[in-house]
Design a protein around this ligand. Structure first.
Ligand code: SF4
Length: 275
């Protein structure tokens, strides 16, 4: 059986960086925590906990210690609140996300009505919204863009992991909303690369295994993309592999979301090779 890894898979730059920063700030006394899970991968969150980095959902849960901001980032109020509480803040916001946040802020400061193109419930979009001083409109579909009122000055930023094709379609609907438009295409290439590589691989294998948290939006999107080309299973760990999946299969492709640790990818790869 041939097992092929996608050209781009697993941790992106921003996630790797955030995990390294978290590990560097680990503490044996339980006083270092990330605000929200560092990534959407329960195995990695558990491993970090064992290394001395816990998780809290709100700053109010901490009276002292170090709070680590994950790659999705947070709004300015969190920085102020951490300071007020006397917490040490370690910022692992991905620099690409930071750029989107600061772009939103700069546009608001320059008097632009800001539109964030992205998924309303995504924590990164929420953080960009906070940097717009709560003034931005969040738009996820062409219909929502169409429904916006015209304005004198319109500024556009984007969720870093948003689809490039969808961004283009939505922007085309926004172009008629103002005569003065500034577009910041704050999309990160990591997502595009992973999706393109998954699609190319799915087209030439009999079965695709997509590895990553079931709660990870980018992993689920990879699985949907692969499903269009071949039989696909979305798994979190090698333990989920089932013998009957591999009947009459000659070529297996493997990809993984941006929040999937290397060690889990290796385990799945090895198990497939040993079949
Ligand atoms: S997907 Fe891109 S923007 Fe998001 S954390 Fe990874 S490198 Fe940063």
């Amino acid at each position: 059986m041939e097992v092929i890894l996608a050209d781009y898979l697993g941790f992106c730059y921003g996630v790797k960086r955030a995990i390294t920063i978290a590990q560097e700030n680990a503490s044996s006394d339980g006083k270092a925590c990330t605000l929200g899970p560092i990534i959407h991968n329960p195995q990695m969150v558990e491993r970090l906990r064992n290394e001395g980095v816990g998780t809290v959902d709100e700053l109010a849960e901490m009276d002292e210690g170090t709070i680590i901001i994950r790659s999705h980032g947070v709004g300015p109020k969190i920085y102020a609140e951490a300071k007020k509480r006397g917490l040490e803040l370690v910022d692992a916001t991905c620099p690409h996300v930071k750029k989107a946040q600061l772009s939103a802020k700069a546009l608001v400061d320059d008097g632009y009505s800001v539109v964030i193109i992205g998924e309303k419930r995504h924590p990164e979009v929420h953080s960009i919204f906070e940097w717009s001083d709560g003034k931005a409109a969040i738009v996820e579909t062409e219909e929502e863009a169409e429904a916006l009122h015209s304005c004198a000055k319109l500024g556009i930023v984007c969720q870093t992991t948003f689809s490039g094709a969808k961004f283009k379609q939505i922007v085309s609907r926004l172009l008629e909303k103002s005569r003065d438009i500034r577009i910041q295409r704050t999309i990160c290439t990591a997502t595009d690369q992973r999706q393109a590589a998954a699609l190319a691989l799915a087209a030439k294998v009999d079965l695709m295994l997509v590895i990553g948290g079931k709660n990870s939006a980018n992993t689920t999107r990879l699985a949907r993309i692969c499903e269009e080309k071949c039989l696909t299973y979305h798994i979190e760990t090698a333990e989920e592999l089932q013998d009957e999946w591999f009947d009459k299969i000659e070529k297996i492709g493997i990809t993984a979301g941006a929040s999937t640790p290397d060690w889990i990818i290796k385990e799945v790869y090895k198990k497939c090779q040993n079949r």
